[in-house]
Design a protein around this ligand. Structure first.
Ligand code: ADP
Ligand code: MG
Length: 381
């Protein structure tokens, strides 16, 4: 259940004995299409989820800052004025990292007491980490009395994740969490962080976007991520372009190394698919028409980029066979979630078919929910 401002305020009051100065939130996200394109200067098309991290905060009553999460047993203490990369391993690094990034940017950083709660599934590829960072970021800006616009806030949050936590991720998650809007996709050009909000009117067309959290055990995801990055860099090198964003399909097809060619082909065709989807939706097309691009994206990440596993292939295929207009794995790969674009009337059939396919194989049941493009980070009360 999405934590309400009232519930998180109550949590703050019972811990600290007084009201918080305010409550802020930031959402998780799902990527509609554009996979592994972000570190190739390419295009991504995420939207903000209704699932969110909510944080109640007030100036600290002690000399340092404290943070408590409903999802973690222990309160963590740190100094906003002095905390540095390496000081805080574990979940609180995503929080303290924002204080550090603010300080590095020259913004005031008050010592705060923070109490947070989140319904973004952790580690499912729905960006619980960016939700946490951005929620803390908007709280920190308000209580520090500074205005930080949405894109610069996303950049600070990425900095916290890359340079404080030490996770070498692109900037899509934070941009989606900051810029999300109801019925809109966040079309992001990762070369220059330019965004365009693209219409995605699902309910008006009798459509549902299902997210199927496969709960597949993540296997080797970290090492494989690094290998894909270096394969892409090798391809760009061989082609003599700054990034695969600049390569043509014709040039890619002429690459002699089979693996490098397939990796590059995924990136080049995926960028085209993102632009095709945006052109359709921006032109007011029925969203059903993006289905083939979703299917083609899945085939490309399965066959050329090779980042799927049986759990996600089965979910994508069974959803399609049960009536989805398109389906694909979303996120970094080797597990995580599958999305499916489904007529409202077909939702029970698609959900049931995937559940049955998993049960037949003796796999842990997937968790399925409806994803509605939702608001980006803001103050709640
Ligand atoms: P994802 O962002 O895809 O969910 P990550 O590995 O990037 O996965 O981030 C997950 C990490 O973020 C968790 O392991 C935890 O450290 C932190 N985190 C996310 N949500 C919370 C929360 N509600 N409370 C505490 N830590 C959280
Ligand atoms: Mg994350």
């Amino acid at each position: 259940m999405t934590p309400t401002a009232a519930a998180v305020s109550t949590g703050f009051r019972s811990r600290h004995g007084h009201e918080p100065a305010g409550v802020w939130f930031a959402p998780g996200r799902v990527n509609l299409i554009g996979e592994h394109t972000d570190y190739n200067d390419g295009f991504v098309l995420p939207f903000a989820l209704p699932h969110r991290a909510v944080v109640a905060a007030a100036p600290a009553s002690g000399s340092g800052s404290t943070v408590t999460s409903a999802q973690e047993p222990e309160t963590v203490t740190f100094s906003a004025a002095g905390v540095a990369p390496g000081d805080l391993p574990g979940w609180a690094g995503y929080v303290a990292g924002m204080f550090w990034a603010f300080r590095e940017a020259g913004y005031p950083v008050p010592e705060l007491d923070l109490v947070l709660d989140s319904d973004v599934p952790v580690g499912a590829g729905l960006s619980s980490s960016a939700a946490l960072e951005c929620a803390v970021g908007v709280a920190l800006a308000d209580l520090g009395g500074v205005r930080v616009d949405r894109t610069p806030m996303a950049v600070l949050a990425r900095r916290a994740e890359n340079d404080f936590v030490g996770a070498p991720t692109g900037g899509m998650d934070q941009m989606a969490s900051m810029h999300g809007r109801p019925e809109r996709l966040v079309f992001l050009d990762t070369r220059d962080d330019a965004i365009e909000l693209t219409p995605f009117p699902l309910s008006g067309h009798g459509l549902t976007l299902l997210v199927i959290d496969t709960r597949a055990p993540h296997a080797h995801a970290d090492g494989q991520y690094g290998e894909r990055r270096s394969d892409c860099a090798a391809a760009a090198d061989a082609l003599g372009v700054p990034a695969l964003r600049d390569a043509t399909l014709e040039a890619v097809e002429a690459l002699t190394d089979d693996r490098i060619r397939r990796r590059a082909r995924h990136i080049v065709t995926e960028n085209d698919r993102v632009r095709d989807v945006v052109a359709l939706l921006a032109g007011g097309a029925d969203p059903r028409r993006i289905g083939p691009a979703l299917d083609a994206s899945h085939a490309s990440i399965r066959d050329d980029f090779e980042i799927t596993v049986p759990h996600v292939d089965v979910a994508a295929e069974v959803a399609r066979d049960a009536g989805a207009h398109g389906s694909r794995m979303t996120g970094g790969g080797f597990g995580g979630c599958v999305i499916a674009l489904v007529d409202d009337a077909d939702v029970p059939a698609v959900r049931g078919a995937v559940e049955k396919a998993y049960a037949d194989r003796g796999w842990t049941a997937p968790v399925t929910f409806t994803a509605t493009p939702s608001e980006g980070a803001a103050r709640l009360s």
